[in-house]
Design a protein around this ligand. Structure first.
Ligand code: UN1
Length: 499
């Protein structure tokens, strides 16, 4: 489908958003997809006011009823999975399978949130006082600001929105300026669900298309109770303290520098497949992308041989072609950063395989690269830095403890994995003294997490958790309640106060 047709099908009224401030280009061929008007800082204030009004109504709607809205959103997403997935491919450059996969992730979190809407459980706590009962209740928190990156242009919004809405909160979304069209499409689908739902407040979800100033206003606005921000560590370093300065809550999903350890007992062909998907999938532009391979010296040559062959045969090309495995980088800045990093890696003793630009004759305004495998003598400075491109550093190890130490010796702490058939190694990797990441896997790669688990990581990854498990709690406020059903007034800690 052509872009106009696609947007129309998804319910985006292009005329309504037309303007000259933001030109949207497809990374596939550099062609302009749309020219949009942007929102201003004042528009942020207006959006927060509207969201607060919506909050006052929505917080008293029973949670299972709130879940119904997300059930309907899930239905709309099911109907338009193909179209929205295609738009993701066109705007973010993902291959078809991954564009569709991202929409499936949205559907999955909607299903999860619908169930959750009947399970926002509090606790009953034993009181030390006779005739008393204690309990813990979870209440809606307030307006949730969501800031997302280009690489998961729709799923990250849905993780936040599905949970926020069932938890009783409205959402204001500032998408990446590289991917505003997919955001407008999500908003349109949300509005379809809202219309079917009937009596919900109109401003439960709003999108602000804009640049940095819009995001900053959202971050600083005292009316935004939670800022959920996904992006670089550099961005998080600004967002975290600014939200904290006004005693707001933040949920940060920042950079990763994810490693796979391959031990002597590993199933090497399984490992090679896991590494391939993790390292070159999404053209290395996932926060969970495998960026480091720590391989035992006894199996390194064999594994590298398999990887080189797989790298050579992996098709780089137009992501809309079914046979393509690696689509384009998002833009020239990303390509330049990759080349700069490869130069540094060479200076630090690295041997680079691949990494060069390709298809420039066919797509002079797009940035396709061969994924790079870089053998490093040790974990030098450049390896500790996240470059959002398909670069896999390879380091060899002799001793398993050394491998775990190497895995942990980077500033980021998102995802990690070990390939081993040795029970003790697997358990050590998952233990308190093992991987220090938010995600630690055995015999599967670092990327492609399911929505059922809490998603996020430690250290410079920011510490936030989104999606499954009890990640919903950050979207709610906790109240501890003590109820006295006796006719006495005993004090806690046995205190006697007066007679
Ligand atoms: C991201 O790259 O920002 O685990 C999110 C994964 C996906 C989510 C990635 N489910 O790779």
């Amino acid at each position: 489908m052509q872009i106009e047709e696609l947007l129309k099908r998804l319910g985006v009224d292009q005329n309504h958003h037309a303007g000259q401030q933001l030109k949207v280009h497809s990374p596939i061929d550099g062609a302009q997809l749309a020219a949009l008007a942007t929102h201003s800082v004042e528009d942020v204030d207006t959006a927060v006011e509207k969201a607060q009004k919506a909050f006052n109504e929505w917080r008293t709607v029973p949670a299972p009823r709130r879940g119904e809205l997300i059930r309907l959103l899930g239905e709309e997403l099911r109907k338009e999975k193909e179209a929205l997935g295609q738009l993701v491919s066109m705007e973010a450059g993902k291959i078809v399978a991954e564009g569709q996969g991202e929409v499936q992730e949205m559907i999955d979190i909607c299903d999860f949130a619908v169930g959750l809407s009947r399970q926002l459980y509090g606790l009953t706590i034993a009181s030390e006082r006779p005739g008393h009962r204690m309990m813990e209740s979870w209440h809606p928190l307030g307006v949730v600001g969501v800031i997302t990156a280009f690489n998961f242009p729709v799923a990250v919004w849905s993780w936040n929105t599905a949970l926020a809405i069932v938890c009783g909160n409205p959402v204001i979304w500032k998408p990446s300026e590289k991917t505003p069209l997919t955001a407008l499409a999500c908003q349109a689908l949300f509005e379809r669900a809202l219309a079917r739902f009937g009596d919900a407040p109109t401003h439960l979800s709003q999108v602000l298309v804009g640049e940095r100033d819009v995001g900053e206003r959202l971050v600083d606005h005292s009316g935004v109770a939670l800022v959920s921000a996904t992006g670089s560590t550099r961005m998080g370093r600004e967002v975290g303290p600014r939200v904290a300065a006004r005693f707001g809550r933040s949920l940060l999903e920042l950079g990763g520098n994810n490693a796979i350890i391959v031990t002597p007992t590993a199933d090497l062909s399984l490992a090679a497949r896991g590494i391939l998907f993790g390292a070159i999938g999404t053209a290395g532009q996932r926060c969970t992308t495998t960026r480091r391979l720590i391989v035992h010296e006894s199996v390194a040559d064999e594994l590298l041989e398999q990887l080189r062959r797989a790298y050579q045969s992996a098709q780089v090309g137009n992501p809309l072609d079914a046979s393509t495995l690696v689509g384009p980088l998002i833009d020239k800045a990303s390509f330049d950063a990759m080349q700069e990093t490869l130069e540094q890696a060479k200076k630090q003793g690295g041997t680079v395989f691949g990494g060069e630009r390709c298809l420039e004759d066919r797509y002079p305004d797009a940035w396709y690269v061969k994924p790079a495998l870089v053998e490093m003598p040790s974990q030098t400075e450049v390896v500790k830095h996240e470059t959002f491109a398909p670069i896999l550093y390879v380091m060899r190890y002799q001793d398993f403890d050394e491998a775990i130490a190497m895995q942990n010796d980077v500033p980021q702490g998102l995802s990690s994995a070990v390939f081993t058939n040795h029970l003790r190694e697997a358990e050590r990797f998952l233990s308190a003294a093992g991987s220090d990441c938010g995600i630690a896997n055995v015999n599967i790669g670092t990327s492609g997490a399911e929505i059922g688990g809490a998603f996020g990581g430690e250290k410079e990854t920011g510490g936030g958790r989104e999606s499954g498990s009890d990640a919903w709690k950050v979207y709610m406020r906790r109240a501890t309640n003590t109820i006295n059903y006796s006719t006495e007034l005993p004090l806690a800690q046995g205190i006697q106060f007066g007679s």
